[in-house]
Design a protein around this ligand. Structure first.
Ligand code: CA
Length: 232
């Protein structure tokens, strides 16, 4: 099997070295870029499997890099940012990033996120853009029939809960922002809808999760959004 190639975009040399050294010891192939312009060029010419992207770059904001890459590719992009502001993460996710880590981060955590991104990408490629049946742990969704089952039992979902479940399922592994979810479900992103979204999430989790206080399928990213995770 070909080694996955990771494009590491980071202008801070010690951080870049830490990441590339870790990738090397774990037998990944890698490329590196110090500027946004170089990042876009390398992404276009080498088509890496995953991009690690620092948001604070000397020539351009990292969010611009995400927008440019997304104009031609769905390659997973994991944002690594020193910024602790939620707005920056939200902007990056809305621009099309898949995941984010805040500095200082542990390399173990970074490698765990990388494995998730690679697995998600290979599942998407195997399945094609749209599959008729979604399976994750005990959850199964038959999109054609508009039916969700849990352990073989039909889930009694309201139309909004079903839409919400499908949206999260189709983006398994990816953090979806409140804004993105409310726009996809209600066609707009009003603040008031974020409150509605929380209510629907509570009712959906009661039906989906064995223990809604310790969710196994849908993760909460406080102040940011939600993510469906692949259950073993
Ligand atoms: Ca930086």
């Amino acid at each position: 099997m070909k080694k996955p190639t990771i494009l590491v975009v980071e202008d801070d040399l010690p951080v870049r070295n830490l990441i590339t050294t870790t990738l090397k010891t774990q037998e990944y192939a890698f490329l590196s870029a110090k500027t946004a312009a170089d990042a876009v060029m390398q992404a276009a010419s080498h088509n890496p499997d995953v991009v690690f992207l620092d948001l604070g770059l000397p020539d351009m904001d990292g969010v611009q890099v995400i927008r440019q890459i997304r104009s031609w590719s769905n390659m997973p992009i994991i944002v690594i940012s020193a910024r602790t502001e939620d707005e920056d993460k939200i902007e990056a996710l809305d621009a099309g990033a898949d995941d984010y880590l805040t500095k200082p981060f542990s390399v173990e955590e970074l490698m765990a996120r990388l494995r998730v991104a690679i697995r998600r990408q290979s599942l998407t490629q195997q399945a094609g853009a749209e599959t008729a049946i979604y399976e994750n742990g005990n959850l199964k969704i038959d999109y054609a029939k508009g039916l969700a089952t849990l352990c073989g039992e039909e889930m009694k979902l309201t139309p909004i809960e079903y839409k919400l479940l499908c949206l999260l399922a189709k983006n398994t592994g990816k953090v979806l922002t409140h804004q993105y979810i409310t726009q996809s479900i209600w066609g707009r992103g009003w603040e008031s809808d974020v409150a509605s979204l929380r209510v629907f999430m509570v009712t959906l989790r009661k039906k989906l999760e064995a223990d809604p206080t310790s969710p196994g399928y849908i993760q909460t990213h406080v102040g940011i959004g939600y993510r469906m995770i692949k259950v073993e």
